[in-house]
Design a protein around this ligand. Sequence first.
Ligand SMILES: [Zn+2]
Length: 333
Amino acid sequence: MNSRYSRQVVLEQIGPQGQEVLLRSKVIIIGCGALGTNIANNLARAGVGTLLIVDRDFVELNNLQRQTLFDEEDVGTPKVSAAVRKLRKINSGIEIKYLIKDLNNTNVEGIIDGFDLVVDATDNIPTRMIINDACVKKGMIWIYAGVIQTMGMVMNILPEGPCLRCLLPEIPTAGSLPTCETVGVLNTIPAIVAAIESTEALKILLKKDIEKKLIIYDVWEHAFRTVEIKKSNKCECCIKKDFKFLNQENREIITVLCDNGVQIIPPRDMVLNLEKISGTLEKIVDHLMDSEFLLKFEAEGKKITLFKDGRAIIKGTGDVGAAKSFYTRYLGL
Ligand SMILES: [Zn+2]
């Protein structure tokens, strides 16, 4: 074994055989933000043989506070290509691939096919529900994780359950959940959550005993706890095998408008509480205006008009990925 991995080879939990297993392993990381960059960095250095990173976003200046593989020169470039350029310099002995893509219910099964493990580093519940359905259906293990403010969560999800829908049966409506844009995130918590997630990933690849509970950590309070999530005997996903997020036909409709804008129509009917969303956004956006029927604001050089049914018109970009990402980040959908 070459000396690159000598500190892991002498480690009782890994050893030379374990290192060989890692070098033969294939992991897909979905999302290349604060969690994704930290996890990719950990797994590439640990010698996981094949990594695929999937993300639709471009690097923005505000990402540099916590997204560790990027620097100022990367602003404006696709996140995954910038990340992979760095990772290949870190470890040229493994295969590191990327996909600039919006992972959705129509492409997820093909994208995750053939991997030993799916690692969640996304920033929204609808994508996680799609990953959950796909992994339960295909009998694959995935690791759920999320961070917000000073707190983070990790849970290993086995195909037999409990799954994400045992924990969260439905998708909350847009604007009802806080996002890192609306309430912020300290840059130390994604690093810790990514370390926990990366450790669980190595344990899964090495077929060791893994944590079955939901892990919750608050870096500000140093409060660490684990919560047992019971498998719901009514779970539509891991019990009844009704993969409704995977099979949804009414996908969101996204239209590029002629005047440097994009319209997003969400996949299902929603009734938004515009007053509540307005209250959440008040301190972080410009020119906020709300009425009974719509809400308008400006941020990051883009203007958004949001209607009560969840439809939005985003001006200032003709790029579908950038518009969808903007919508997700400010509205948590
Ligand atoms: Zn379930």
